[in-house]
Design a protein around this ligand. Sequence first.
Ligand code: 6PG
Length: 241
Amino acid sequence: MPPTVKTCPDAAAVASAFAADFAELIQNKLAGQEKITVALSGGSTPKILFELWASEFADKIDWKRVHFFWGDERCVGPDDPESNYGSANSLFLSKVGIDSANVHRVMGESDPDEERDRYENEIYEYVEIDDEAVPQFDLILLGMGEDGHTASIFPHQMQFMTSDKVCEVAIHPETAQKRVTLSGSVLNGANKVAVLITGAGKADVLAQVVNQTGEFKSLPISHLECDDLTFYVDQAAAGSL
Ligand code: 6PG
């Protein structure tokens, strides 16, 4: 299933477009659902969304029904500038008063292999399980690296896109930093996947993925197969489409 591509003028408009669709999802489609499970992405792109959620949506969304997880986390402490949880918490979670019981962070300060197991158990405890016994998030928010990685599934570890585990311990190809990441099976089992992609640096890779040209088959993000998959991109990233 090819992704739906929503092109917006700039990064702020990408965040606004996704935030509006997210609010619609929570308030309408999932209005009667007591617990909504969302996995957040990391890196720099979502920071503008976190700031928007804190400034414009604090009182517009019934946040107490939302349980936050992470699609991937760097194996660092929560106060480390590299921490995806740390970024979301300082920009959004702490500002909107999300109950700590609704925040299911990866403990990046722990041993990666032990944390992979622990985080997987926490996901099984809170996330609905689909017919194939795979945890099924209501929404997974992702980004894309310039090498076509998503979450922390990198081209040199493509096997994680088809792993039968819920989580894997990945290694960044340049820094060798360890990360806990959801596997492709969980990414593709989600009810909805939204990918925020901004900046001219991603234009060539995005064109390969969307147009299925060049090296697209070797790019993990090309193997996202969720039925409800939307790329929210700015004009700069869409420059080669
Ligand atoms: C991470 C992310 C990763 C990110 C892409 C894009 O932990 O880094 O989850 O998959 O989404 O690398 O990162 P930028 O938004 O910083 O370009």
